[in-house]
Ligand binder design. Structure first.
Ligand SMILES: NC(=O)c1ccc[n+]([C@@H]2O[C@H](COP(=O)([O-])OP(=O)(O)OC[C@H]3O[C@@H](n4cnc5c(N)ncnc54)[C@H](O)[C@@H]3O)[C@@H](O)[C@H]2O)c1
Length: 245
């Protein structure tokens, strides 16, 4: 039901996890994909995993907390593919520390990567996104409920929710902007959390399993597709019902 033929998607954090699964799914449905990640080696592996012809994939090593690097990534994308239809911003970090143990530097680093990066990418992308395009940002269940020993992370994700609604107003009616708030998804990001609290989290999840990166990729693909043509400024929670418990 979904075709991204002749569409161009830039996906950050595409080296692994949700970003990689999203890039693979969108490429499988016909999109040309631009993979952005700070981890060069992961990008190389991602290009192999996705396995689309070379003329439909471009990888750009970049740190999303660097405004110039974001601007360059969008400029290179526009030059190579003539424009952009989808910006999917998955890059982010999830360090654990109580507020008492969060240093000024740790706080700033989280703001730089998770929040400034979102602003830099969206600012660089907004004029290059084509009519009918879409932006999907990644928030988190932590933005809605709070998260023990992740206050700084939760603050960045809460800010992303409000940012995305404002961006949706600015880019309408040309481009839609939505956010996905995942629950516990099995990726490198949650390895420690699942190791420490896995049983308890599973017991609190009505659907009885962790999410997969593909569960989130499917939601992102839906939000980019014409099936979501009247959806903007929204947040989709994808957590197997964990939010209810
Ligand atoms: N996994 C979950 O349970 C979960 C839950 C809620 C929200 N999220 C959000 O989903 C998004 C993707 O998470 P994931 O589970 O795939 O994480 P992941 O750790 O598997 O992947 C994150 C990717 O971002 C890249 N990255 C980190 N810092 C970067 C930077 N400064 N510049 C460019 N790339 C950078 C990493 O190299 C990595 O490839 C994140 O925004 C995360 O906060 C994930």
């Amino acid at each position: 039901m979904i075709s991204f033929e002749r569409k161009v998607a830039l996906i950050t954090g595409a080296g692994t996890g949700i970003g990689l699964a999203t890039a693979a799914m969108m490429a499988a449905h016909g999109a040309s994909v631009v993979l952005v990640d700070i981890d060069r080696a992961a990008l190389g592996r991602a290009v192999e995993v996705i396995g689309v012809p070379a003329d439909r994939v471009l990888s750009i090593p970049a740190d999303v907390s660097d405004a110039d690097a974001c601007e360059r990534a969008l400029a290179v994308t526009a030059e190579r593919f003539g424009g952009l239809d989808f910006l999917v911003h998955c890059a982010g970090i999830y360090p654990e520390a109580t507020i008492a143990n969060t240093t000024d530097d740790a706080w700033r680093r989280l703001m730089n990567i998770n929040l400034d990066g979102t602003f830099f990418l969206c600012r660089a992308a907004q004029s290059r996104l084509r009519e009918g395009g879409a932006v999907v940002l990644l928030a988190s269940l932590a933005a809605h409920r709070g998260s023990y020993a992740h206050a700084a992370y939760a603050a960045t994700k809460g800010a992303i929710l409000s940012f995305s609604r404002s961006l949706a107003l600015e880019l309408a009616p040309r481009v839609r902007v939505n956010t996905v708030s995942p629950g516990i998804i099995e990726t490198a990001m949650t390895r420690d959390l699942i190791g420490q609290k896995g049983e308890q989290l599973l017991a609190s999840t009505p659907l009885g399993r962790y999410g997969t990166a593909e569960d989130i990729a499917g939601t992102i693909a839906f939000l980019c597709s014409p099936l979501a043509a009247f959806v903007t400024g929204e947040t989709l929670q994808v957590n197997g019902g964990l939010y209810l418990s």
